[in-house]
Ligand binder design. Structure first.
Ligand code: HEC
Ligand code: HEC
Ligand code: HEC
Ligand code: HEC
Ligand code: HEC
Ligand code: HEC
Ligand code: HEC
Ligand code: HEC
Ligand code: HEC
Ligand code: HEC
Length: 319
């Protein structure tokens, strides 16, 4: 049913959603029709006060293409079974009777009663999504997270109407990393350096370490840096019989995380990374690195001090 455009008689006003009402509640329809016939002016006034829900069929009458595409999206598919989405389009756009009745006439005051989330402020956009998603575990820290506090709304990363199924929501399979790198230029450059976490290779994601919806510090997916690194590199954390104290102090004493031009994500190349703290290694004995290196061909400090993160066997971290 395609409502006629441009006419303003009270009956035309309600025709767009007559079918819908007929299906849902025949008595309302009858009383509306009666009112329209007898007290036409009163109805249009009342209509201007409060919009009512008309159902997705009515929206589809004019927004056929949008509706067809929406049906394939994740929300679209869920709309069939989820209570939260049972109002269809209007679960997000608000009740649409006045908009529908405006018949596409932008000058009709009813037209703009439909909520276009694109035109809202960042915090209003997010609030609209959160009406249904506020209880999601991932979103618990949203309000204090650096995206919310920097006006990055849900819509910067998620698209409700684009794409099909779960993918439409900037999920991992579809350009998630690219979404992040659109804004995070420094991390993009870092990830191109010789040593980096294998994000560009697609073996991991920004979200392997970060929760884009907020986190304790730096949106990290852990309570601390060490806990985070330990999730994937637990063997470096110890405890060891012989600890290397800067390791327990923080992986970032020696490593950067996104990318480095030095081997192994090191802050500095060897031996400088070691000699900043051990400014005169081997000073008390004959085994000066230079001497041993010449004899043995072992040139890096960690060629000999291999268990640099700590050892259960040897206090000098040699295997
Ligand atoms: C009588 C035809 C008609 C009906 C019915 C209709 N719309 Fe629209 N709608 C339009 C036209 C025309 C526009 C402006 C052109 C466009 O953006 O496609 C529009 C624009 C919109 C916009 C953008 C508004 C803006 O401020 O830019 C939204 C959102 C929208 N409609 C949602 C809905 C929803 C939800 C429903 C069902 C409740 C609905 N429409 C029913 C004709 C209709
Ligand atoms: C889960 C929430 C949600 C549902 C359900 C939803 N929309 Fe939207 N809609 C949005 C958001 C968010 C936008 C803002 C732009 C975007 O993300 O594409 C939008 C934008 C629009 C626009 C304006 C596009 C523009 O370019 O200005 C129209 C028209 C529209 N939706 C129609 C519909 C129709 C018709 C339905 C039902 C078939 C529907 N929407 C269901 C969230 C929703
Ligand atoms: C009217 C309720 C409602 C609104 C408003 C709503 N959603 Fe949803 N959304 C759902 C439901 C229901 C699901 C299905 C999964 C579930 O039950 O949590 C879902 C699923 C999702 C998922 C996928 C979850 C997954 O498990 O993969 C994302 C992402 C999402 N919504 C983002 C948004 C964004 C962004 C907005 C704001 C534009 C929004 N939603 C607005 C009801 C809503
Ligand atoms: C900075 C980008 C970004 C912003 C902003 C963002 N999201 Fe997400 N969201 C993602 C990514 C990426 C994923 C997939 C994460 C993953 O798989 O770990 C995701 C996943 C989700 C999921 C699915 C969670 C699950 O457990 O499967 C929901 C629901 C969701 N987001 C809703 C929202 C809502 C609501 C907002 C706004 C309040 C929002 N998102 C803001 C990037 C973002
Ligand atoms: C629309 C732009 C935009 C997108 C897209 C975006 N961000 Fe952000 N992000 C920001 C802004 C702005 C800030 C706050 C300023 C800053 O720290 O750069 C920020 C901050 C962060 C922070 C720093 C947290 C802190 O407190 O130091 C992390 C981590 C982050 N974003 C991760 C991500 C991830 C992961 C994605 C992709 C899922 C993503 N961002 C997508 C704009 C964006
Ligand atoms: C292996 C884990 C890991 C991965 C993968 C990762 N990050 Fe980070 N990120 C961190 C840690 C840890 C910090 C905090 C750094 C610090 O405090 O020294 C951080 C900090 C940030 C910050 C805050 C500014 C800064 O540099 O300190 C932003 C923004 C950021 N990351 C974005 C991203 C983006 C975008 C991606 C994907 C391209 C990404 N991160 C991938 C662990 C990671
Ligand atoms: C989600 C898992 C994950 C987390 C969390 C993580 N890493 Fe990694 N890390 C990896 C993977 C995967 C590689 C690549 C291993 C490979 O190529 O064999 C890697 C490689 C490295 C490398 C070697 C890089 C090179 O050039 O060979 C260093 C150093 C490193 N990580 C340090 C850290 C530090 C420090 C943290 C905490 C800030 C951390 N990682 C957090 C998964 C993780
Ligand atoms: C005192 C400096 C220092 C600290 C602190 C440190 N590392 Fe390392 N790490 C190194 C050096 C040096 C290498 C390179 C070893 C080599 O190439 O022989 C390395 C290599 C690595 C590698 C890649 C090589 C491998 O063995 O898999 C990972 C992963 C790693 N470190 C994780 C961590 C984590 C996690 C922490 C914090 C718990 C940490 N590092 C703290 C110095 C340090
Ligand atoms: C941030 C400072 C720092 C950095 C960087 C550092 N160390 Fe250490 N290292 C220490 C401290 C502190 C100790 C404990 C000193 C002590 O017990 O006398 C230690 C202990 C050691 C020991 C054992 C010494 C002993 O007498 O038991 C060796 C071997 C060692 N470091 C090698 C290295 C090498 C090789 C590197 C470079 C990959 C390195 N360290 C980087 C601070 C550092
Ligand atoms: C060829 C092997 C080798 C290389 C290369 C080497 N070391 Fe050692 N290092 C040793 C041995 C063996 C000992 C133990 C000496 C001893 O038992 O008298 C030692 C002891 C140490 C100690 C503890 C005692 C002391 O003299 O302070 C530190 C600290 C140390 N090395 C740091 C370094 C640093 C930093 C480098 C790189 C600049 C380095 N080493 C390179 C073999 C090596």
């Amino acid at each position: 049913m395609r409502p006629s455009l441009g006419k303003t008689s009270p009956v035309t006003l309600i025709t767009p959603y007559m079918e819908e009402l007929k299906m849902r509640n025949p008595r309302t329809l009858i009383s509306l029709l009666a009112a329209a016939g007898v007290l036409g002016a009163a109805v249009s006034l009342r209509a201007a006060e409060t919009a009512a829900f008309v159902g997705a069929e009515t929206c589809a009458g004019c927004h056929a293409e949008v509706a067809e595409k929406f049906a394939k999206t994740f929300h679209g598919r869920k709309a069939k079974s989820s209570d939260k989405l049972k109002a269809g389009c209007e679960s997000c756009h608000g009740p649409g009777s006045l908009h529908a009745a405006a018949g596409g006439d932008k000058n009709n005051p009813g037209f703009a009663t439909i909520k276009n989330l694109k035109n809202l402020s960042a915090s209003e956009q997010s609030a609209a999504c959160l009406t249904c998603h506020k209880d999601a575990k991932q979103l618990m820290m949203w309000k204090t997270g650096s995206h919310a506090t920097n006006d990055v709304s849900c819509l910067k990363c998620h698209s409700v109407h684009a794409g099909e199924g779960r993918k439409s929501l900037a999920a991992r399979s579809q350009g998630e990393t690219e979404t992040c790198l659109k804004c995070h230029r420094k991390q993009k450059a870092d990830m191109n350096l010789a040593s980096h976490h294998p994000v560009p290779e697609g073996k991991m994601f920004c979200t392997s370490c970060h929760n884009p919806h907020g986190g304790i510090e730096g949106n990290l997916k852990a309570d601390s840096l060490e806990e985070l690194c330990g999730k994937c590199h637990s063997e470096k954390l110890g405890p060891f019989a012989f600890e290397h104290s800067p390791v327990a102090d923080g992986c970032n004493n020696c490593h950067v995380v996104h990318g480095s031009s030095n081997d192994r994500l090191l802050v500095m190349p060897q031996p400088a990374i070691c000699t900043t703290c051990h400014w005169k290694p081997h000073s008390q004995n004959a085994a000066a690195p230079g001497t041993i290196a010449r004899i043995s061909g072992k040139v890096r400090c960690t060629d000999c001090h291999m268990d640099i993160h700590g050892s259960d066997y040897q206090k000098h971290f040699k295997p």
